[in-house]
Design a protein around this ligand. Structure first.
Ligand SMILES: [Zn+2]
Length: 175
């Protein structure tokens, strides 16, 4: 039956919605999913602490600093940050050092695919710096589509211990 085609095209409508950041609320009756669908029809994921996608960096004075630190962590996971009473520091035990090293790979392989195409919710006020903006960009941007080198290394026949981007200085294609 050729009439089924009309139904399919009518169902496409909201597939192009752009994921946005939402602000969580403690108001009684606040329903994140209902709020999210009302905004643009997409489902939402909370990325607030203490979830795995919460920003492990807390800030004393400048939230933008904590967001920048998170951005760097997502892109490499091996940068170090100054820890002082006035500066950035890890919040509790959310990311132990042992996990810190694998963070960017976990994010790329599991974290970002799980939140791609979804709104992200955090407590931060809309318009203020928030790590959820970093996640939105990474999850929905072209970074995830970068081809990673596989086992077929046509180089010097060297034995690669671990396919880590941090050991390859030419892989610094970031924005
Ligand atoms: Zn936030």
């Amino acid at each position: 039956m050729p009439t089924t085609q009309g139904r399919e095209t009518a169902a496409i409508g909201q597939a192009e919605a752009k994921p946005v950041r939402l602000q969580l609320s403690r108001k009684k009756g606040f329903d994140l999913q209902a709020h999210s669908r009302a905004v643009n029809g997409l489902p939402a994921v909370s990325v607030a602490r203490p979830g795995i996608l919460g920003n492990p960096f807390v800030h004393a004075t400048d939230p933008a600093q904590a967001v920048e630190a998170f951005d760097r962590l997502c892109r490499g996971g091996t940068q170090s940050f100054q820890c002082s009473p006035d500066g950035l520091h890890f919040a509790g035990s959310i990311h132990a050092n042992a996990l810190h090293w694998a963070w960017s790979e976990w994010l790329r392989d599991h974290g970002l695919p799980a939140i791609r195409g979804k709104n992200l919710a955090c407590w931060c006020a809309v318009g203020s710096p928030c790590h959820a903006d970093v996640l939105l960009r990474l999850a929905n941007g072209p970074v995830c589509d970068d081809p990673l080198p596989t086992g077929a290394d046509a180089g010097e026949g060297r034995h690669a211990l671990a396919p880590s981007a941090s050991s390859n200085p030419t892989a610094a294609r970031e924005h």
